[in-house]
Design a protein around this ligand. Structure first.
Ligand SMILES: C[C@H](O)[C@H](O)[C@H]1CNC2=NC(N)=NC(=O)C2=N1
Length: 96
């Protein structure tokens, strides 16, 4: 059973990530990615989806043209866990 991060652990994790922030009123983190065009945005989502599937940990995301809004939280734990941080790191790497 993966455990929710404490507030301190989450703050430290956010400091390591690029452009992720707490979601007000919810135990989740979010980042909005803006790409050159839809092709780049969807390519990002395709690569991130493969990582999500491989790690069995999936994002909540919304894509409008070149923008991808991502929210990460571990549903089974009811909040942010190490799995969310790992997926956020992977997304940051994919987005470059
Ligand atoms: C059965 C499957 O392993 C679980 O439902 C996984 C799938 N992907 C998941 N993704 C996220 N974000 N949180 C989960 O708790 C979760 N659980």
């Amino acid at each position: 059973m993966v455990e929710r991060l404490s507030a301190d652990e989450r703050r430290a994790a956010l400091a390591k990530l690029k452009g992720w922030a707490d979601v007000p009123g919810r135990d989740a983190i979010a980042r909005t990615f803006i790409f050159k065009d839809f092709n780049e945005a969807f390519g990002f989502m395709t690569r991130a989806a493969l990582v999500a599937e491989k790690s069995d940990h999936h994002p909540e995301w919304r894509n409008v043209y070149k923008t991808v809004e991502v929210v990460l939280s571990t549903h089974d734990a009811g909040g942010v866990t190490a799995r969310d941080i790992a997926l956020a790191e992977a997304m940051d790497r994919i987005a470059g």
